[in-house]
Ligand binder design. Structure first.
Ligand SMILES: *Cc1c(COP(=O)(O)O)cnc(C)c1O
Length: 227
């Protein structure tokens, strides 16, 4: 575990420095879906500080088991509105907000427990029927609608590009997310930050970093293949 993690951190650092970015501007989200608690503990002991989970029930059990561990939890899966009440209790950042309905529910549930929930808007950059996320042309309108919501803090964008065997093929989709981010940033919508770009997984995170990723979501390279 220690070695695998060190290798990934080194790859992140090398690529960040090669494009004149500070290594600290790229944060590693260790994707622990389906990984047993004991192994997640090893990862935390080896230096993982952010865990990414896809399923609410699984995340609730893990959070409880790891309550005393100094780690930040991010939600990266598809979130149904009726699970928003759990999500706001568990996660520091929800990467996958893809509708006004969901955002309104997160805002409402966050208000109930008196917190401001940080979120990213998920963009379906390649318009794949199988993926969640808003289309590029819908993103600005959604974000404008989120601007007045007092218990939401929009911090940036997230995407999952199509799966390719060659990471270079994912690059144009990462670049497109960055360009969308830049465009939204120029619109200077009140109360909206565009600092975070969540993109890049085991197979393509280096290209994602070169295109501006600030959060890379890596599972397989840390924990091995999922069953
Ligand atoms: C599972 C998952 C990942 C991690 O994928 P790996 O290829 O195992 O690194 C990243 N992002 C999301 C949204 C995922 O569901």
């Amino acid at each position: 575990m220690k070695e695998r993690l060190a290798t990934i951190k080194e790859r992140i650092q090398t690529i960040a420095e090669a494009c004149h970015r500070k290594a600290e501007t790229v944060r590693l989200v260790a994707v622990s879906k389906t990984v047993p608690v004991e192994i997640v503990k090893e990862a935390i002991d080896a230096g993982v500080t952010i865990l990414g989970e896809n399923y609410i029930q699984e995340a609730r059990e893990k959070c409880n088991a790891l309550i005393s561990y100094p780690v930040s939890w991010h939600f990266i899966g598809h979130l149904q509105s009726n699970k928003a009440k759990y999500a706001v209790r568990l996660f520091d950042l929800i990467h996958s907000v893809d509708s006004l309905k969901l955002a309104l529910e997160i805002n409402k549930q966050a208000k109930k427990i008196n917190r401001i929930q940080s979120i990213l808007v998920q963009v379906n950059i390649a318009r794949e029927a199988s993926k969640s996320g808003v289309y590029v042309e819908e993103a600005t309108r959604l974000i404008e609608a989120l601007s007045p919501l007092e218990n939401l803090a929009v911090r940036g964008l997230m995407t999952i590009p199509p799966y390719f065997d060659a990471p270079e093929k994912a690059r144009p989709f990462f670049a497109a997310l960055r360009e969308l981010r830049d465009q939204i940033e120029r619109s200077a919508i009140p109360n909206i930050a565009m600092d975070e770009l969540s993109m890049g997984m085991t197979g393509d995170f280096e290209a994602a970093i070169e295109e501006g990723a600030t959060l890379v979501r890596i599972g397989t390279a840390i924990f091995g293949a999922r069953k």
